[in-house]
Design a protein around this ligand. Structure first.
Ligand SMILES: NC(=O)c1ccc[n+]([C@@H]2O[C@H](COP(=O)([O-])OP(=O)(O)OC[C@H]3O[C@@H](n4cnc5c(N)ncnc54)[C@H](OP(=O)(O)O)[C@@H]3O)[C@@H](O)[C@H]2O)c1
Length: 340
């Protein structure tokens, strides 16, 4: 072990509703020494993602909750600083599940080598990574947009929503994005070339969404839930498909609801309009990953697909940036540049 120059951020307390800075703790540790067959990773970029909020609760879910004192979970882009592993050399860049820390040991499990010549390495955390694959899998395999159909997605300037709309357009469908604030809406409409962008903070949001979807909605890619779902539900067409990717409006728990129970209305519409609603986790589509990388990678290379990253400087700022993302303060894929 060497001097205390590695840093990590651990779960200090379980949030009650919206996370607070005191729910996180920055710790200094020694830089670990790799054993034979191990690698020492120096983290360059940390991905911050909405699912991390769920891991902070002590609640049964698709993934195990963090325990108090555990390093926060997260995917990173890391450089190999030392290697005694036959498959990796010093200097290689990898995608690694290290969590919120500057240094980590690895035996190679769960690592994927990145080729900086293929695309900027940060894209492996966003448009060419787990969020992009969520958009690709959910839209292609569940949403199945047809030419001329209307596809609606919220959190439309983020890594999942922005790719959903662009892939819908490439499939010949109309894309309507929902985003928070005029700047994000202008980006979605003008730079990502969606057919329309609606601000969910407008007081007449539901009426504007209805006007933007004159022929109803054939695919609603659900990222948010809450009042957005309430506005979408009556606009769904017969045989509409609803890939249920995420419900970020609900992640901070109670307090934001409007007191309306939408379950009876949801069930009635599912039945009367023969809707298909299908929840999913991106890794269930793992066999399509090579196809996703090939197609979306080509789209980025020739400019048909655009993406935006919101890069925050310094591991210490990860808690503040994460808390902000749950309220829409990020603009694009949220990534932390980790100063090793
Ligand atoms: N199923 C899977 O395998 C999978 C994988 C990855 C992600 N997801 C889900 O996909 C969704 C988007 O993820 P992302 O990584 O692309 O996130 P993101 O768009 O970078 O960030 C979250 C965005 O959600 C919006 N938001 C937050 N609270 C909201 C509210 N109450 N009402 C409306 N919008 C709200 C904000 O955008 P605005 O300012 O525009 O409102 C915020 O910027 C999340 O629900 C996430 O959990 C699912």
């Amino acid at each position: 072990m060497s001097e205390l120059t590695a840093r990590q951020i651990v779960l200090a307390a379980r949030p009650k509703g919206k996370p607070q800075l005191t729910d996180f703790r920055l710790e200094k540790t020694a830089i670990p020494t790799p054993a034979v067959g191990q690698l020492l990773l120096g983290v360059q970029y940390l991905s911050l993602d909405p699912y991390m909020r769920g891991r902070m609760d002590d609640r049964k879910s698709y993934a195990k909750p963090l325990q108090l004192g555990d390093v926060m979970t997260g995917e990173t882009v890391a450089q190999i600083l030392t290697s005694t592993h036959p498959a990796y050399a010093k200097g290689d860049i990898v995608l690694a599940p290290t969590g919120w820390r500057t240094h980590a040991l690895s035996d190679g499990t769960g690592l994927r080598k990145l080729d900086p010549a293929f695309a900027p390495v940060t894209t492996s955390l966003g448009v060419l990574g787990m969020p992009g694959f969520t958009a690709y899998g959910g839209l292609r395999l569940i949403g199945k947009p047809q030419p001329g159909e209307s596809v609606v997605v919220a959190a439309a300037s983020g890594p999942v929503g922005s790719l959903v709309g662009q892939l819908a357009k490439l499939a010949g469908a109309r894309a309507v994005g929902i985003a928070g604030g005029p700047e994000k809406c202008a980006y979605v409409k003008d730079e990502l070339c969606f057919d329309a962008a609606i601000d969910h903070r407008d007081s007449d949001f539901a009426a504007k969404l209805s006007a933007a979807c004159p022929d109803g909605i054939d695919v609603y890619f659900e990222n948010v839930g809450g009042v957005i779902w309430q506005a979408v539900l009556p606009l769904l067409n017969k045989f509409a498909r609803v890939p249920v990717s995420g419900l970020i409006a609900q992640y901070n728990g109670v307090g934001k609801g409007d007191g309306t129970d939408r379950l009876p209305a949801t069930m009635r519409e599912i039945l009367s309009k023969s809707l298909t609603m299908h929840g999913f986790m991106n890794y269930e589509f793992a066999e399509y990953y090579p196809e996703f990388l090939r197609e979306v990678g080509a789209g980025i290379a020739d400019g048909r697909i655009r993406y935006r990253e919101d890069i925050v400087e310094g591991l210490e700022r990860a808690p503040e940036a994460f808390i902000g993302m749950l309220e829409g303060h990020n603009f694009g894929k949220l990534i932390v540049r980790v100063d090793v």
